[in-house]
Unconditional design. Structure first.
Length: 109
């Protein structure tokens, strides 16, 4: 008789680890927009008040506006390139008959 492996071994700890990882990863991303409306220079709780001054400063400063425009352009180019690469690889995976397509399919699986 062979020993049976429990597929749920450590499942509770893994879920807790994944939750802690996601909180650690995304909490700062969620707090940055909240602090951008804060009246204080320091990013700390409690929030001092509501203001749009940081956004006025952004649009009033040509260097910051240029940096924002560059970031948006680079983001659109990177997203377009990644989408094009993904479509190409998925097409090769589905319809490809070459050794390269077989290699890509093996890596993807």
């Amino acid at each position: 008789m062979t020993a049976r492996r429990d597929n749920n071994a450590g499942g509770g700890w893994l879920g807790l680890y994944v939750l802690a990882y996601l909180v650690f990863l995304y909490l700062p991303v969620l707090l940055i927009p909240l602090f951008s409306f804060n009246n204080s220079i320091q990013a700390a709780f409690p929030l001092q008040g509501f203001t749009l001054d940081w956004y006025r400063t952004l649009y009033g400063n040509p260097a910051l506006s240029g940096a924002l425009a560059n970031s948006l352009v680079i983001g659109v180019i990177a997203a377009s390139g990644a989408t094009l690469c993904g479509i190409t690889v998925s097409y090769m995976d589905l319809y490809g008959r070459s050794p390269l397509a077989a290699t890509i399919s093996a890596i993807a699986r």
